[in-house]
Design a protein around this ligand. Structure first.
Ligand SMILES: Cc1ncc(COP(=O)(O)O)c(C=O)c1O
Length: 363
């Protein structure tokens, strides 16, 4: 008898998403919970994006613009990247999948750091590729070891910068040196989902490297900084050659109409962007200080989230905090069982997190 699922699917496990607030409240019959588990924007959605959605909602009987003209034009103006070097996706998650479906043949080799964003491996294995995971060194992506792992079969390298879940970032010179040594038949994907939160100017920015490396793809998202995670819209920059191939494989209407309108408007919402960056910065410093006062170890981050080492193990703390209506992320599936990951929330959410953590740890 033929196997039902294609090769490799049997071994995959579903992506473990952060628990939705509604689900927790339904299960426990409680209200007033907070969620700091999915690196979302605590301020909500860009008001300019919301306005654009309201206006667009009346035209939903029409298909979206499959070329993404207005959003790509706006991205092109904002970032100085030519129109034909931009691709849109149903979240940057879709672009990760599109990259594997466009460039990876079954059996080809891919490299990532580990722990990193779990979706790379999932997509690669789903496409029949082989993934090598190179351990982080002191919670940082180890570019030297990644270089050493390259073989003649290597087709794609995924680098998450700053890295999820550690929040560590690669510096400009290190990234440049690494890219200069990569064979010129390997697609390098720089996932910059959190780059707008990186406060250190020395952190590498893919945009500055785009013209130097024809096989570089830079991925960005509207989910975090602009608060559009629920709408699903991300984008990528790459050479026109790479983008052309990806356009051949992608679904014709992969970026929906509301998402395109919202994202186009959000790019102009500098007040919301500034407010978000400030809330994250202030939130992180409050949380760092509180953890230091509690004598807990944490990893400083260039993103809107960070790791905390917890005495009784991350899964247990996750469960105990859940009962108190505070959703954090256990790091078991990232092979960091002693850690939880949280994102910076609003001031009152951060305070509630600290109080609840003290309670569950008996501090
Ligand atoms: C590193 C990283 N890349 C990509 C994504 C996906 O973002 P999107 O919502 O655009 O699909 C996330 C979301 O959590 C992420 O952490």
């Amino acid at each position: 008898m033929k196997k039902l699922a294609r090769d490799g699917v049997e071994e995959l496990v579903p992506y473990p998403p952060g628990k939705p607030i509604e689900e927790l409240e339904r299960e426990l019959g409680i209200s007033g919970s907070i969620k700091l588990a999915s690196n979302e924007n605590p301020l909500g959605t860009s008001p300019m994006a919301v306005q654009a959605i309201m206006e667009k909602v009346h035209t939903l009987h029409r298909y979206p613009d499959g070329s993404g003209y207005y959003l790509k034009t706006k991205l092109s103006e904002t970032y100085g990247v030519p129109f034909d070097q931009i691709i849109l996706g149903n979240g940057s998650n879709e672009l990760i999948e599109l990259i594997t479906r466009t460039f990876l043949s079954p059996g080809e080799h891919v490299i990532q750091a580990f722990p990193t964003f779990l979706v790379y491996e999932k997509m690669v294995r789903g496409a029949g590729g082989r993934m090598s995971s190179i351990p982080l060194s002191d919670f940082k992506v180890d570019l030297k070891e990644i270089s050493k792992a390259i073989t003649p079969e290597t087709k794609i390298i995924f680098i998450c910068n700053p890295n999820n879940p550690t929040g560590s970032a690669i510096l400009k010179e290190d990234m440049r040196g690494f890219l200069n040594e990569i064979p010129d038949d390997i697609v390098v994907v720089l996932d910059e989902a959190y780059i707008e939160f990186a406060s250190d100017k020395a952190v590498a920015r893919g945009l500055e490297l785009l013209n130097e490396h024809p096989l570089l793809v830079v991925l960005r998202t509207f989910s975090k900084l602009y608060g559009l995670a629920g709408l699903r819209i991300g984008y990528g920059f790459g050479s026109s050659n790479l983008v052309d191939y990806m356009n051949r494989v992608r679904q014709p209407f992969n970026a929906n109409a509301l998402a395109q309108a919202a994202a186009t408007a959000a790019l102009d919402d500098l007040a919301f962007v500034n407010r978000t960056q400030r809330v994250v910065r202030e939130g992180l410093s409050y949380l760092y200080q509180s953890l230091e006062d509690m004598g807990l170890e944490y990893i400083r981050s260039q993103t809107n989230f960070f790791l905390i080492k917890v005495p009784m193990g991350g899964e247990r703390v996750y469960e105990l905090m859940l009962k108190e209506g505070v959703i954090v992320r256990s790091m078991v599936s990232y092979d960091l069982p002693d850690y939880i990951r949280i994102n910076a929330g609003l001031r009152e959410e951060n305070e509630r997190f600290v109080e609840t953590l003290k309670k569950v740890l008996n501090l």
